[in-house]
Design a protein around this ligand. Sequence first.
Ligand code: SF4
Length: 338
Amino acid sequence: MAEVRDQLNRPLRDLRISLTDRCNFRCGYCMPKEIFGTPTHFMPREDAMTREEIVAVVRLMSQLGVHKIRLTGGEPLLRQDIAPLIADMAEVYGIDDIALTTNGSMLTLALAKGLKAAGLGRITVSLDSLDAERFGRINGVGVRPAKVLAAIDHAAEAGLGPVKINVVVKRGMNDQDIVPLAERFRFTGHIVRFIEFMDVGMSNRWSLEDVVPAAEILQTISQRWPLHPVEAAYYGEVASRYAYDDGAGEIGLIASVTQPFCGSCTRARLSADGRLLLCLFADHGVNLRDLLRQGVAADALLERVTQIWGARGDRYSELRDPRKSQPAKRLEMFQIGG
Ligand code: SF4
């Protein structure tokens, strides 16, 4: 394996793969239903990368240093062939960590066990509120927290724990849920990660006023239960980690707006239609699916991706200037895979 480094000397270690741009939720900060109400906005199915094409990209990227795969979407569990796809990826030499991010609404115990058996190692479930009415409003389709809490239990029972629980915090949307969510998962082993509301895509009407800074989230929780910082588990870890002084476990804070972490960003992204994206805030990328369908040889593709990563200089969050108007075009969160 020939490790590649970009213009900021960052290695390529992680590949986030969007398995589909479709979702059964309509979260306002990602896929607001007033804009994405009907399925017309989603790409034709034939445009989606096939299982073989995704595995070919994983095999290629593993030769350049990728060892961690995160499966995302839209909602990745909408993909029918997800278990055999995971099994194929688990066979790829160098890939030693396969994780999944889901809204949990489709995660039955049987499916969780099947994904584990296929080679899935870890799971992250999104849950933005424990209040049924509020959560139903946030996800845009009225799903209740109980469904997602059951999915977290299924994941744990299937051996996919400790589960990470992602909470996108937006002022006026769910900032009152910070303490109840922290409390709910104390002494469970699961890790709640509070995420600052980000200006991804063009549709979530982002503004700095709606961002609850990570420092404020930390203060809100530590006023109830004192916390202390914990060392990052590895280079490029996205969340800042804090442990409860009383031994109740950990939380994470993902502060892309107020404490950007571009300096150690080792992540590439593959959109559901095959674009290789070098940043969450990218607006374009070379389409590897097309190159595969044109029959481009593996070594030529390897050379191409090596050049692409080598030329990478992305650090959007460090350069973000909320006073400046938003760029004219940017891919949506569900097209990039978060
Ligand atoms: S903004 Fe882009 S470069 Fe910075 S951490 Fe996020 S994905 Fe990486």
